[in-house]
Design a protein. Structure first.
Length: 452
């Protein structure tokens, strides 16, 4: 792997207005020795063993990190940074093989050239993939009659509940936080942390949401019923671990700290409805670590920028990215705002990337929010539109599949969801940059998974 290929193309804009010696924060991903026998997700009785082996992995990775940083500091001194050494710092406890380092135009290639370095990414800003608030009075009446949201009905989720409701599966939600006191989330939020813009972990009680988004997402993943008896959550017995990573001036470091925390908590699935300011193909290295080193399934929104666009990290080649569908009079169709694109990289191993991977209900989604005063009273539920609303449907379905087959690796979960998805134009056109592989079919996916 060449030195240039380890450097994110986002640095071109990230360093555009800097001088040769101006310092900027970067994220370095380094190669860590693999640990054998890390158990796949499973029931709570296996969680302690998994976390014990994560601690072993940390020790191996720390040694590599220290060597990479020491070599970089020595090389920086050779380039003249002696009086004011470039700063470096670890992220979390070392669960992710990543660290924060200062770089300049002079030292960027030097860092990428160090043995053990896999990728160097700018510590760019991250943002919420922002949904819309909508009102659907006719739809709520139908959902009251059905006793569940249209998304759960469309996906035939009650059929899966006959086998499992996601018990003992841990879903980490990296978002704006969560109003854990909501009645629909009773006993579902098992832990909560705030990651501030400097990457510091801050414990907070009670858990809070700096907006409405995180609570809405959590409700779709694991919420219970409304007072009217409407079921809103796909996997109502799954455990939620929520990190407020989109509070304040959030950056890639904030997100990395949230991912590291999720690993330490024993996450099986990580839900991310967020995006980076610039395209970031090297985020694929982080996704690779989650999938193949820790057996964690990351589910990522593709974005709300309409057809022809896509958001990082959802457009990384190995991301499991989600677009949105909406109800039409007699059927369903891809929502107008749902992003999708085909990206071409001549000469690269993954030269053609088509996103999203699948689609799920993402428009007219009813879920819980923090109590919000309005002209007609206080509201605790709301409809929202967005690929941010589709993503938790997929995370919830993944939790049901994992609970039904605890030894299935995340790559199998992804595969069966893609292979069994419904594409209105037939399998010959899968994947396309509108539907991806199609609308997920959880019942068929479960059959395929249990037959493996």
């Amino acid at each position: 792997m060449s030195t240039e290929s380890k450097i994110s193309p986002a640095f071109e804009q990230f360093l555009a207005d800097t001088n040769e010696d101006d310092k900027r924060d970067a994220i370095v991903v380094y190669q860590a020795p693999p640990i054998e026998g890390l158990p796949l997700r499973g029931r709570l009785r296996e969680l302690k063993r998994r976390l014990d082996e994560v601690k072993e992995q940390v020790q191996l990775q720390k040694a590599v990190e220290q060597k990479v940083i020491a070599n970089y500091q020595e090389a920086s001194r050779d380039l003249g940074y002696t009086k004011q050494p470039l700063k470096t710092s670890s992220i979390g406890t070392g669960t992710l093989p990543v660290a924060t380092v200062e770089v300049t135009r002079k030292t960027l290639k030097t860092l990428a050239a160090q043995p053990g370095v896999v990728a160097v990414l700018p510590n760019q800003k991250i943002h919420l993939i922002r949904p819309q608030k909508v009102e659907y009075s006719a739809l709520i009446e139908q959902e009251k009659q059905d006793n569940l949201t249209w998304g759960l009905k469309q996906l035939e989720i009650p059929q899966l509940w006959q086998k499992t409701k996601g018990q003992d599966i841990n879903v980490a939600v990296l978002d704006t936080g969560v109003y854990a006191a909501h009645s629909a989330l009773s006993d579902r939020v098992k832990d909560f942390i705030v990651i501030d813009p400097l990457g510091r972990r801050i414990k907070s009680e009670p858990a809070f949401d700096c907006g409405q988004h995180g609570t809405h997402v959590c409700g779709t993943i694991a919420g219970g019923q409304t007072a009217e008896g409407i079921s809103i959550g796909v996997a109502p017995q799954a455990n939620l671990f929520v990190a407020g990573v989109l509070i304040g001036d959030a950056s890639l470091r904030t997100l990395m700290e949230g991912i590291a925390w999720a690993i330490e908590k024993g996450a099986d699935i990580i839900n991310m409805s967020l995006g980076l300011n610039y395209y970031e193909p090297l985020f694929a290295e982080v996704l690779e670590i989650l999938l193949n080193q820790y057996g964690i399934l990351p589910v990522v929104a593709i974005g709300n920028e309409n057809h022809g666009n896509s958001s990082s990290p959802g457009n990384a080649y190995n991301a499991f990215s989600v677009g949105a569908v909406e109800k039409s009079e007699n059927n369903f169709e891809v929502s107008f705002f749902s992003s999708g694109a085909s990206l071409v990289f001549p000469g690269q191993p993954n030269h053609l990337v088509t996103k999203p991977d699948i689609v799920a209900p993402g428009s007219q989604i009813y879920s819980c929010i923090p109590p919000t005063k309005g002209p007609d009273g206080t509201y605790e539920y709301n409809f929202m539109d967005g690929t941010s609303m589709a993503t938790p449907h997929v995370a919830g379905v993944a939790a049901l599949l994992m609970a039904a087959n605890p030894t299935a690796p995340p790559t199998d979960i992804i595969r069966v969801l893609k292979e069994t998805a419904y594409h209105p134009n037939g399998s010959a056109l899968r994947p396309c940059n509108r539907w991806g592989n199609g609308l997920i079919q959880p019942v068929e996916a479960l059959k395929a998974l249990t037959s493996i």
